[in-house]
Every structure is written in C-alpha cells, then in structure tokens.
Design a protein around this ligand. Structure first.
Ligand code: NAD
Length: 408
C-alpha cells in the first residue's frame, strides 16, 4: 500500500464507525489540484540540475490550502498527496479556517551547499507562485525545511508578486514575519494533547519516554517532556539511536550532536538501531521522523503504554489493528501534531493584521485550543466505542460535512 492508499484506508475505517455523505467522501478521496514542476537550479560548479517538485492542494472546503514543504530524496507525489489529505483533516480537528495542502521536492538537501539550497527554494516558488497566496495556499515547514528556507520562499514570493503581508508562507524566522513559538509548536502541541488525555490514559506521573527522530519535532518534544518531569530514555536520528535507562540530558545530547554530527557515542549511552528503539519498554513512544515506522512486522513487539504520533503517518493501518487488539492506545498524528499548523495559522493571522503576539500569548492560545479538541476527540472515541484515530476522523469529517452542507 502506498501512503495515499493507507490514508484512504483510514478514511474507509472511520466511515464504518459513523457513515457520512458519499459526496463528501468522494471529494476527500481525490485532491482538488496537483502540480508537478521541474525546477532548474544553477549549481556551484556552473552546471544546471533539474529537481522535481510537487504541490498537492487537497481540499479548500474550510479555507486556503495549508501545509508544509518537504525536502527529501524519497519525497514523491503519493507521499505528498497523503500528507495533504491528513492536513485537511488536521485543520478540521483543530477547528482552524484552513484547508489541506502539502508540497515536496525530491532532493537530499545535505548534498547541496547553502547557496544551492537557496536557489532551489527560490526556484520552487518561481515555479509555483501562481497557485500560492495568503488566501489561496499557504505553505509551511516540514522535514528538512527550516525557518531560513521559508524566509527565502516568502522573500521570493514578495519579489514576484509585490505581496506586502508576508502571509503567503508561515514558519518564517522571528523578526522576518515569523511567529514566536512556531519553532517548538509541534512538539509543544503534542505535549498539550498528551497532558489533556494523560488522566484518561492512566499513565504514571513521571513517564519513561522514547523519541524516534531528533529534528524540529522530536528534538523539541524531547526537551519539553524532560522539562515537565518525564524521563527521555532513548532518542534517535537517521543514523541511529542512543539509550540510557536512567534518562538522557537532552540539552547535552543536542550540544553533542551539534559538535559531532551524530548522537552515537554520547557519553553514558548505549547505541541502538532505530528498529530496536521502537521496541524498547517505555510509557510513551513518540515517532517523530517519517511514515511507516510501526508496521505489521513490529507492532506485536512494541512495548509502550501509549504511542503519541508526532510524525505524519508513522503507523500503518495493519499495525493500528495489532496495537488496538493489544490495548495500546495511539494518539493519532492528525491530532497529536496539529500544534504546528495551529501556530502557523496564528502566524498567518498576525501577518494579515500586522500584529506580533508574545510567546506566552501564542502558547496559551495553543494549549487552550488543543486541550479542548483532544478531549472532544476522546469523548467521541468513548461514545462511538472506537479508537482515537477513527474518532479523530469522525470529528474532522463532521466539521467538513457541516461546511459542505452550508456551501450547497
Ligand atoms: P526534521 O527534518 O526537522 O527532522 C527529522 C528527523 O528525523 C531528523 O532528526 C532525522 O535525522 C530523523 N530521521 C529521518 N529518518 C529517520 C529514520 N529512518 N529513523 C529515525 N530518525 C530519522 O523534520 P520535522 O519537521 O521534525 O518533521 C518530523 C515529522 O514530523 C515528519 O513526519 C513531519 O511531517 C512531521 N510534522 C512536522 C511538523 C513541523 O512543524 N515541522 C508539523 C507536523 C508534523
């Protein structure tokens, strides 16, 4: 099953629990628009290389398309399509006035120099700017795209269109139209969702946490959980992971990674593979890297009390069945990692109103919104006697359905 088929499988499972109008389901099963571009980039050696880029605009039912841009060597149209579909649902769950979109470029950014990366990012916008805009489609960061990259994109968009709002891209650097709190928003949002549901899930006061991925999302989540009294016993990146049963000092791990380029060899830790990491005994397992990490192959060996999906699509539908049968709850991506798009939407709103909110205001609004929606999803799961993923889909579909009815 490719990513998009997996996403549609999740949709099919949700409508078994609660049926919806077939027009809505048909519309969500096909993206509204897909654009594929070929981006010429002048390389530092004087040659020109072509990179393939995508933007999938899945649904504008509830507002402008909204979703990140991913730079990854395995990014392809199917993956981007699935990610765009999940954005539509995520924005509906968070109850923000946005639709769903996503973008990607098939590239390993580690192989590009900084100037090449800037030319690629500006080139992506030159190819796609007619389909972007503050009220049309508002991209944001995702895997391997940083505030600096989003800053270049916003700048290129302004040069091409004369836009003065800066609201066509979010996740920009603070000081160049970015919002306070956007960097940590996805990790922070995941923590707020966890806090809101912790009591229902009967988790210990001090949890033993395992994090897969130490990028923007995983790194921030690890620091936040540690700061709130939980113990990070293992963490990884694409090169492998480290474990220390007594707990890792995340700030020291980050400093070590910055200095050496790897987690491996962090003093006092043992090296483990990403496969082993997922199977460690813990209270909370946080996949925060890529899709398809918990599958039918390893789901029976997962030993956690909770999976908090901060990555998009880390658990396959077959693995969901296995975890459900084993009584391991999964807080689904479309709820758990919604903090990123919520603060992106706050950034968009600040840009349009020419305001700048403090970090305290941003995080307080984020917490209020996510805590409320997390409990809302929990109640649906209880009422419908189903898992949190199906319940989250039902919440999103109900809101999309209401919008569709109003529009008809
Ligand atoms: P990032 O590029 O900042 O970090 C990704 C991390 O994953 C890196 O540490 C990388 O080394 C690691 N990684 C890659 N392949 C791995 C593997 N096979 N095993 C273990 N680690 C691996 O990306 P990010 O923005 O942190 O995004 C991570 C996930 O969170 C993605 O699924 C993304 O779609 C999702 N997400 C991101 C945001 C956001 O605001 N950035 C919002 C919602 C969801």
């Amino acid at each position: 099953m490719n990513q998009f088929q997996s996403a549609l499988e999740q949709l099919g499972r949700a409508v078994v629990v609660k049926p919806f109008d077939s027009t809505l389901i048909e519309r969500l099963s096909v993206p509204e628009r897909e654009v594929r571009v070929s981006i010429p980039v002048l390389m530092d050696d004087g040659t020109t290389k072509l990179f393939e880029g995508y933007r999938v605009q899945h649904s504008s039912l509830r507002g402008p398309y909204k979703g990140g841009i991913r730079y990854h060597e395995q990014a392809d149209n199917n993956e981007v399509r699935a990610l765009a579909f999940w954005m539509t649902l995520k924005c509906a769950i968070a109850n923000i006035p946005m639709g769903g979109g996503k973008g990607g470029v098939t590239v390993n950014p580690k192989l590009l120099s900084k100037t090449e990366l800037e030319r690629l990012s500006r080139g992506f916008v030159r190819m796609l700017y007619p389909v972007f805009g503050p009220h049309v489609d508002v991209p944001a960061p995702d895997v391997n795209t940083t505030p600096e990259i989003l800053g270049w994109m916003a700048d290129e968009y302004a040069l091409l269109t004369g836009d003065t709002t800066g609201a066509a891209f979010t996740g920009k650097p603070v000081g160049r139209g970015g919002s306070e709190g956007r960097g940590q928003a996805t990790g922070m949002g995941g923590f707020y969702v966890f806090e809101a549901l912790k009591e229902f899930l009967h988790l210990p006061g001090e949890c033993r946490v395992v994090v897969q991925g130490m990028g923007n999302v995983g790194g921030n989540a690890a620091s936040i959980f540690q700061k709130h009294g939980h113990k990070i016993i293992a963490i990884s990146d694409s090169r492998g992971g480290i474990v220390n049963e007594s707990g890792l000092d995340i700030a020291a791990v980050e400093a070590y990674k910055k200095e050496t380029g790897t987690l491996v060899g962090f003093p006092g830790s043992r090296t483990i593979s990403n496969t082993e990491l997922l199977e460690l005994l813990c209270d909370v397992l946080i996949p925060a890297a890529l899709e398809n990490q918990i599958t039918k192959e390893n789901a029976s060996r997962i030993q956690t009390k909770l999976v908090l999906e901060l990555a998009n699509g880390p658990t396959t539908p077959e693995a969901d069945d296995i975890l459900l049968a084993r009584g391991i709850p999964v807080i689904p991506d479309i709820l758990a990692n919604a903090g990123g798009v919520v603060v992106s939407t706050f950034e968009w709103e600040q840009n349009l109103k020419n305001e700048h909110w403090t970090e305290e205001v941003v995080l307080q609004k984020l917490q209020q919104l996510l805590a409320k929606e997390a409990v809302h999803v929990w109640k649906h799961a209880t009422e419908l006697k189903t898992d949190l993923r199906r319940a989250a889909f039902v919440v999103a579909l109900s809101r999309l359905d209401a919008t569709l009815r109003k529009a008809q």
